[in-house]
Design a protein around this ligand. Structure first.
Ligand code: ADP
Ligand code: MG
Ligand code: ZN
Length: 489
């Protein structure tokens, strides 16, 4: 699978930044609202004007504690903020408030699942709090524009140990991080829009070697696939260097997705000296046991645990459970359907799974709507499944009912009544229709009686068509069989 010589082993560590969904910024009351007029969500604090003091937004601490707990970190009872100094137009203060020597979370892990079902833990060095910088917009006509709305938006940085061993593992790790932050509701997880960003550190060494090789850091990948591709590229490049007797130079590279290459950004010599020091304006963050306990009660069920529970409790295939728990809203939707099923058995759970994975997801994906806005409520879908199970409607008619519910948001019973879609189980009524069909298809009937038994399906199809799809297929089948049996005699 890998494109490099197995004599070499890649070593990867990821630094992931997640933009938090708090209402206001990290150290001031400004709104975090995305898409506001440029430079409108600002105040003297996030602009770094002299004489003002930052005040920590406690929601930021809530969020990072929840992330730390969800990834099995220890939460420091006391942590401090540091200033990371650098000069760049996107940072009016001249420093970023971050954490350096005493981060709030450390020593956790994230579990990924490899293809062979093996689970692997990737250690987390730390998770710390920091603030975002502004945005530079490179406009062709008017040079470079600065929008500082993003200054001070809260971030967490999740730093992994160098324990990832392939670009694909990096992909799985990122996907897991994304799943965890979205389950927690602390970040929207959108990599394309930059709410989740990843810097990839990578080195190679001879397999079996225990020392780490010289690493490079690749930035600027705005999708999971690009992270995988950029790492493939960089591993190949480093091995190429070593094979030709050259040395890997520690540097930062920028991924160019258009060309499929990573180009050097700056070399070690030019690297920033951030001159970190404790921020004198901010008091230490003291996290009490009660605070941690409080936060632990707000944690959602772990996505992997939920997946495993779906398999155990509802007896649905692992494939279904994986898909249904990929995103929390979908898992919630599915469980909402299950709760409202009249008869709770394996068969009906699978029906619920099929409708959710198939029809619901199809519409969500093609119409690009959020599940919370989905027009068919879980209770309505469940009621529709109940109606299929008790024979009120056929599975085929259910597809039409579903389409109608999408349009009108009505409960299924209302749709069925309004459109006259009740399944016809009245044997006398169906008998008349079947007789009619047999008469109209005398040629096929004769052939059937002559031994072409596969024509039975055709006659069922014609009969169902004659009932406009509303005939109870089971009764139609039985009637046909009986009638043809009689004709045989
Ligand atoms: P830096 O000081 O350059 O930021 P850190 O020690 O903070 O480096 O590590 C940053 C990230 O790089 C971490 O995710 C870590 O696991 C990873 N890392 C460190 N050394 C290596 C290496 N030799 N090869 C690959 N990844 C590494
Ligand atoms: Mg670093
Ligand atoms: Zn502000």
């Amino acid at each position: 699978m890998s494109s490099w010589d197995p004599k070499y082993e890649p070593v990867i560590g990821l630094e992931v930044h997640a933009q938090l969904l708090t209402q206001s910024k990290a150290f001031c009351g400004c709104s975090t609202n995305f898409g506001a007029e440029p430079n409108s969500n600002v105040c003297p604090v996030c602009l770094g004007l002299p004489g003002v003091l930052p005040v920590l937004n406690l929601s930021l601490v809530d969020y990072v504690i929840r992330m730390g707990l969800a990834t099995h970190c220890s939460i420091a009872p006391r942590s401090i903020f540091a200033r990371k100094n650098y000069f760049y137009p996107d940072l009016p203060k001249g420093y970023q408030i971050s954490q350096y020597e005493e981060p709030i979370c450390s020593g956790g892990f994230v579990e990924i699942e490899l293809e062979d079902g093996l689970r692997k833990r990737i250690g987390l060095t730390r998770i710390h709090m920091e603030e975002d910088a502004g945005k530079l917009i490179h406009d062709i006509d008017v040079d470079t524009l600065v929008d500082v709305n993003r200054c001070g938006i809260p971030l967490i940085e999740i730093v992994s140990e160098p324990e990832i061993r392939s670009p694909h593992e990096a992909y799985l790790y990122l996907a897991k991080i994304r799943q965890i932050v979205t389950y927690l509701g602390i970040c929207d997880g959108n990599m394309e829009e930059g709410s989740l960003r990843c810097d990839a550190n990578v080195s190679v060494r001879l397999s079996g070697e225990s020392e780490l090789g010289t690493k490079t850091e690749v930035k600027n990948m705005n999708s999971f696939r690009f992270v995988e591709k950029a790492l493939e590229y960089e591993i190949g490049r480093q091995i190429g260097l070593i094979e030709s007797g050259e040395k890997v130079v520690q540097e930062t590279l920028l991924w160019d997705s258009g060309q499929g290459i990573a180009v050097p950004m700056r070399s070690k010599e030019e690297a920033h000296d951030y001159r970190y020091f404790p921020d004198p304006d901010l008091i230490p963050v003291i996290v009490t046991k009660e605070w941690i306990e409080n936060m632990s009660t707000t944690l959602p069920e772990d996505p992997t645990a939920r997946r495993d529970r779906f398999v155990a409790e509802f007896k649905i295939p692992k494939y279904d459970a994986d898909l249904l728990t990929a995103e929390k809203p979908l898992a919630d939707y599915f469980e909402g359907v299950i709760t409202n099923l009249k008869t709770k058995n394996e068969e009906n759970y699978k029906l619920a799974s099929n409708w959710t994975m198939g029809d619901v997801l199809r519409v969500v994906n093609t119409e690009k709507i959020l599940l919370v806005d989905f027009p068919v409520a879980p209770a309505h879908l469940a009621e529709m499944i109940n109606m299929i199970v008790d024979g009120t409607i056929s599975g085929k008619i259910a597809k039409d009912v579903f389409e109608e519910m999408l349009k009108t948001k009505e409960p299924p019973r209302a749709v069925v009544e309004r459109k006259g879609l009740l399944q016809v189980s009245d044997t006398a009524a169906l008998e008349g229709i079947v007789d009619q069909v047999l008469k109209q298809n005398a040629v096929q009937v004769a052939e059937f009686l002559g031994g072409k038994t596969q024509l039975f399906g055709f006659l069922v199809g014609e009969s169902m068509k004659a009932t406009k799809g509303k005939g109870n297929p089971k009764i139609v089948n039985e009637l046909l069989r009986k009638k043809l049996e009689e004709l045989k005699k």
